[in-house]
Design a protein. Structure first.
Length: 345
């Protein structure tokens, strides 16, 4: 028994239990985020706190040699100022993970692409802890249980994500899988180069006619936290098909031309070239070529029907969320053109 528990009277302990019951009743359970300092993870952490959840982030330590201008150092400061509880450690520290997981209700992983198999360690700890009410693994891309015939370097990644799904299901712990959208700001910035004021060219992959889905990263985070608290999404796959944000590359370029008043030469990179790049380029360019092929040539994110029995769609589940439209996102790009950096693959 620790000192604070020992000195608390029966009344105080009962009030604490009552607060805990209220928190659960209002859906404000404790959330633990893995990968919270990452590209998507930081939005998940910010949203979790904004929605009133006591929020924990487990991540690798910032070392004494870390550059203070490093974004992780800055993020840790920001998180601390918001009241996030930071726990530093490695995923290999099993006992530490188990005792932390025992303190929370919801576990969300936003671990980066190269490390998705490391989530088996999180799943092992969740199994031992035995108390988690919802686990959301790091998906958030193409729907791995739906799409077929993607090029091998991307297939490898999807197979890993499928293994994580099957391991998650095998625990018997309630889960939600979220997928099937491009990170909006990331992919729009990749396609349209908003920061490049002088370029007169844009690359179009394939014929430019296949549709893709774009959801702003902050909105993805809102949907993740909503779904994590939602009994309807328990043991279901939640997909993204917000009607205003399903566009082809040609539609995007035309919209961008209207917003900027510029006119671009379209340089086409056709399917055969992407296939070849996926076969001959070194990692990670081969994976990028295969992902681009799947999303923008085959249209894998947008060309399927939702199976009502085990799949749900975010904009139908949460019609009250006023998601950012691609049109609005491009207005933001005109005002504040973002720089583009690849995420790790
Ligand atoms: N739909 C899309 O357009 C799209 C685009 C990109 C990514 N994704 C997917 O979204 C998910 C998150 O990707 P992301 O790009 O946001 O992630 P990320 O920024 O690359 O990394 C997220 C976090 O992973 C942790 N991490 C890094 N190396 C690690 C290691 N060796 N062991 C354990 N943890 C490590 C780090 O947290 P700490 O340093 O704090 O430990 C890092 O902040 C992935 O599943 C990815 O495939 C989707």
């Amino acid at each position: 028994m620790n000192i604070s528990t020992a000195t608390k009277g029966r009344g105080e302990r009962e009030r604490e239990r009552e607060r805990e019951r209220e928190r659960m009743a209002t859906g404000l359970g404790k959330i633990l985020v893995f990968g919270g300092t990452g590209y998507l993870g930081k939005h998940v952490v910010r949203t979790s706190i904004k929605m009133g959840h006591p929020t924990y982030v487990y991540g690798r330590p910032v070392t004494p040699n870390s550059n203070p201008s490093n974004s992780k150092v800055e993020l840790h400061k920001e998180f601390q100022s918001m009241g996030v509880i930071l726990i530093q450690g490695e995923l290999s520290e099993h006992e530490k993970l188990v005792s932390l997981i025992k303190q929370v209700e919801i576990v969300i992983s936003a671990i980066g692409t190269p490390y998705v198999m490391e989530q088996l360690r999180i799943i092992d700890a969740i199994k031992v802890a035995g108390n988690v009410k919802r686990f959301i693994p790091s998906d958030f891309g193409c729907e791995e249980d739906l799409i077929t015939a993607v090029l091998p370097p991307f297939q490898d990644l999807l197979e890993k994500k499928k293994k994580i799904r099957r391991a998650t299901e095998a625990t018997g712990v309630p889960f939600t899988f979220l997928s099937s959208t491009c990170f909006g700001a990331y992919f729009l910035s990749f396609l349209l180069h908003p920061h490049d004021k002088y370029s007169e060219e844009l690359t179009i992959y394939g014929t430019g006619e296949s549709k893709a889905v774009f959801t702003r990263e902050e909105d993805i985070a809102i949907y993740i936290i909503r779904a994590a608290n939602d009994p309807r999404t328990c043991n279901r796959t939640v997909l993204f098909q917000p009607s205003k944000n399903i566009l082809s590359q040609l539609e995007l370029v035309s919209l961008w031309e209207k917003k900027t008043g510029r006119s671009y030469n379209k340089v086409f990179v056709y399917e055969e070239e992407l296939v070849k790049l996926s076969e001959t380029s070194p990692h990670p360019e081969n994976v990028r070529a295969a992902i681009i092929h799947s999303i923008f040539v085959k249209g894998d994110m947008a060309n399927f029907e939702i199976r009502e029995d085990d799949q749900m769609e975010v904009s139908k589940l949460y019609p009250e969320v006023e998601y950012t439209t691609v049109d609005q996102l491009l207005d933001d790009f005109v005002a504040n053109p973002p720089e583009f950096h690849y995420v790790e693959l």
